[in-house]
Design a protein around this ligand. Sequence first.
Ligand code: F6R
Length: 609
Amino acid sequence: MCGIIGILSNEQVGGRIIDGLSRLEYRGYDSAGVATIDQRAIQRRRSEGKLQALRDILESDPISGTVGIGHTRWATHGLPTHQNAHPHATDRVAVVHNGIIENYQLLKNALINQGLVFQSETDTEVVVHLIDQALKAGKSPENAVRETIEKLEGAFALAIVFKDNPDLLIGTRRGSPLVLGINDDELFLGSDAWALAPWTKKVCYLEEGDTVIMQRGAEFTYEIYDAGNQIVKRPLKELNLAIGAANKGKYSHFMLKEIFEQPQTLSDTLLSLVDEQSKTIQIESPFDLSNKILRIRLISCGTSYYACLMAKYWFEKMAHILCEVDLASEFRYRDPVLNSDDICVFVSQSGETIDTLAALNLVKGMGCQTVAIVNVPESSLARAAHKHILTMAGPEIGVASTKAFTAQLMVLNILALQAAEFRKVMDKEAVLKHFTDLLHVPKQVSQVLQNVSEFDKLGLRLSQARDILFIGRGTNYPVALEGALKLKEISYIHAEAHAAGELKHGPIALIDKLTPLIAIAPNDAWFEKTASNIQEVSARGAPIFVLTDDHSFKVNAHEFQNICLPKSSSVGNCFIYTCAVQCIAYYTALHKGTDVDQPRNLAKSVTVE
Ligand code: F6R
């Protein structure tokens, strides 16, 4: 979603703002812009489409200035046009915004009644006019911003520059993330620390309601005010981000690189939780296992939700704990019934997903303990939860989540195993066997990746399809859901997934010769049942593609193929088959020629509802 960069420096900032925005591209966007202050004027350039379009504009029409703000916009209010691109500005002030101003229509109507003319369809423009009016009335920039944000409802992170104050940059946040970067002779704002990493190692994560006033005098100084306008000190953090992760290396896309990183990221995540030698879990359980756990609730969105669906099978089968799984966007609005001893676990790659964060705050407010499983250590979710566990996937740049998903599975499986061991549902021998199975997972995933040519061929075939169905049973059902989501996200082919046993209850009506079926069918406890469902579909003429470890499996179909995968344990299959469906989605998109890493309309970090 929208990305913000701000720089206050002694050097020219225009080019570096674009450089910073390029590190926010992964969040997803459809227009971009930059504004600087120089020679007592606001200089502003904006463009629809990708950053390159903005670079081209700047090349023929450069801007100058040592203070500036930049933005990548993911359209919410108004089309992704030049007119709606940020920064929005008047003669006095320019603003970039991430989030949604929920009461903007009310504010806009009032401003229009006062005779103001709006240039864009955005919610952001009301912020610019409100600050401008306050400045016109003689307020200082700091007070103009304070007065304005008091009138705003919704979520926002804002970066603001002022024509008459070229030594000033203001940032403020409520709901959306904003990071301050600090050097002796430069100050920065960014939507995430990753964007600032090449410039500074010292950052401060602004907290909910904070406003930072950054100034250039004899020295560069900043002051942070909390929501109650009191000066506060926030902890400074030393950044330790692997900048190399920003390169695709030998891979044609970040997504492919991230798929191939999985043997390593799975091993890193596993070994951050267990001791390989003694085959014991090293981390303290985030749940109070000595208490009678009645219920675990797993709450999340999108791909992370599918990780939770998989974990439901594990918590219930392995640990005999009732597990409920919720979409955060539904959970937060349905007045959920909670017991104070419910354990609520929030799963998120970015740790910034607004619905997941809101659901966590709701649960906290009701007195429940909260645990976050996140991939970004300093994310809002990690900081808001009582406890958090990190997935060790490293920065994930491709918009479609791959390695973060499998790392989430690994963490959730270990938590289920820990609960099973504590509750003595699994005996010592079963626990040891499970450990051995998990330790084999990274190698088995790398075996899947050793020969991707079959996925490539299948991708070519599927790229011709208009609709594709996935089926699976048991833990293969969330794999099927994830496969369909990945495929539609990046290839734009309509795909849906069903629990194989549900086909007869409706979806089988969709089957025809033009609708390929992809069955997730390892030879496991559910295999025979799924095999019957595959027969039923083939009898109705669909092209059949079966992901299986049973090389002899066959059905009579006008088009049929087994995609053979390594034999593994039940838990190993969850990772192996996930990796396979990721590859199928990738190669299908590759053959369709879509933008794999930044698919249309999607954002990496969903910071608005
Ligand atoms: C799909 C994908 C999304 C995210 C969802 C939640 O490939 O990446 O469905 O999983 O937006 O995001 P996080 O996990 O950051 O909370």
